[in-house]
Design a protein around this ligand. Sequence first.
Ligand SMILES: *[C@@H]1O[C@H](CO)[C@@H](O)[C@H](O)[C@H]1NC(C)=O
Ligand SMILES: *[C@@H]1O[C@H](CO)[C@@H](O)[C@H](O)[C@H]1NC(C)=O
Ligand SMILES: *[C@@H]1O[C@H](CO)[C@@H](O)[C@H](O)[C@H]1NC(C)=O
Ligand SMILES: *[C@@H]1O[C@H](CO)[C@@H](O)[C@H](O)[C@H]1NC(C)=O
Ligand SMILES: *[C@@H]1O[C@H](CO)[C@@H](O)[C@H](O)[C@H]1NC(C)=O
Ligand SMILES: *[C@@H]1O[C@H](CO)[C@@H](O)[C@H](O)[C@H]1NC(C)=O
Length: 376
Amino acid sequence: MKRVLIVLLLTYFQPILSKTDQPVSINFRHSKFWPVGVVRFPNTVCNSLEGYTGTCYTKWECHNLGGVASGSCANGIGTCCIFQGTCGGNSSYNNTYFTNRGFPNTVSNSSSCTFTIKKCNSDICQVRLDFLNLNLAQPDGNGNCITDSLIISGGASNLPIICGQTVANTDIILMIATGALTFARSWNIKITQLACDCPSLAPTGCLMYYTALSGTVNSFNYGTTLSGGLVINPMNMTRPGTRQLANENYGVCVQMQPGYCAIEWSQGPGDTSFTVSNDTAFADASSVGLPGFPVIGTMCNTDFVVIPNPIYANGTTVGADRFCGNQLPTVISSSKPFVLTVVTDENDVSDVANRGFSLTYRQIPCGAPNGMLVLP
Ligand SMILES: *[C@@H]1O[C@H](CO)[C@@H](O)[C@H](O)[C@H]1NC(C)=O
Ligand SMILES: *[C@@H]1O[C@H](CO)[C@@H](O)[C@H](O)[C@H]1NC(C)=O
Ligand SMILES: *[C@@H]1O[C@H](CO)[C@@H](O)[C@H](O)[C@H]1NC(C)=O
Ligand SMILES: *[C@@H]1O[C@H](CO)[C@@H](O)[C@H](O)[C@H]1NC(C)=O
Ligand SMILES: *[C@@H]1O[C@H](CO)[C@@H](O)[C@H](O)[C@H]1NC(C)=O
Ligand SMILES: *[C@@H]1O[C@H](CO)[C@@H](O)[C@H](O)[C@H]1NC(C)=O
């Protein structure tokens, strides 16, 4: 499974209404090692020389906290301190990077690896995971993660179902389980903790959350090469399987920006950038559901995306909100909040070689003629 720079959000704890704690910072005033008369500076967010997000500390503090110093901050008094952890570890620091052992080198071993995220203060409501790198073995032909999987547990609600889940109530636990297959695995997951009053908190029900005016949204494990997994269809024929992951049901939300009232969804570049159900191997180019024949409505009952109250770019109402097959028509939705729902079932027996989707979205300014593609 490989994804680059995809934002995944999960609701962490129920919101705490009274805000009593300060954002993360170590109270150095009580440190008995703190030399008298030294200038103190706020432990603000900084960027390391390598582009990682860190926190500004003195070199000495960074060393004591188990961080890695890289680059300077606070006008050269501080150093940008990066927190990184690996299998068996835990972190209560904001902006921690969870990597495989030896990253950027890969690991090929069969093992299981757990990392625990602890709240950096009591007023944390969400954790945001950025998959800077996640390269695990492909699912089987049905889209089930039978070899490798990333399992996230401990969230209060809206857990991402990437490959199964268990629910605990305290810390968030990331577990990467790897199977016997020899494979060059690697991961580097950025963990950001978001306070309950943070304006960038994702609304309930959103697993992925985007805030830009326009962008690209890929399904989990989207890719243009086949997974290698096979499925046997009801005619007992062996066919290429899917890359799309099975058993998913999640929301992709886009934060509505001031002055923008609608959102346009369209297929990304390439013929196979929306191959969600049916035969993607183009065995019979005249079939419905192949490129040029978007499948819409109740025919979409296995794997599909939902866009509420859509209209075509020419202003005509679509009249259904489910889209599947091998083509997504460009549609616009004015329903708020802006959310696209992704649903997949447990197998790909009636489908062939689906790859998932790469879609682009664009927020449309208020006052634009209904459905007309007026640029902001
Ligand atoms: C967290 O990790 C530290 C070492 O990095 C260890 O001493 C501590 O026991 C761990 N805590 C838990 C709850 O696992
Ligand atoms: C493979 O796993 C074993 C323990 O299960 C460990 O001792 C060894 O270092 C691992 N090798 C690599 C390359 O990760
Ligand atoms: C964690 O760091 C991010 C910046 O990377 C910041 O937006 C967020 O507010 C911080 N969280 C807390 C609890 O301070
Ligand atoms: C497929 O194979 C199974 C047994 O392997 C058999 O029972 C079934 O009738 C076959 N179906 C078709 C359509 O040939
Ligand atoms: C899949 O394609 C077949 C023809 O190959 C067609 O009969 C069927 O309606 C399509 N189903 C969907 C959901 O696209
Ligand atoms: C608008 O576009 C849709 C999809 O391309 C098409 O089916 C429909 O007939 C068009 N409506 C008009 C009024 O042109």
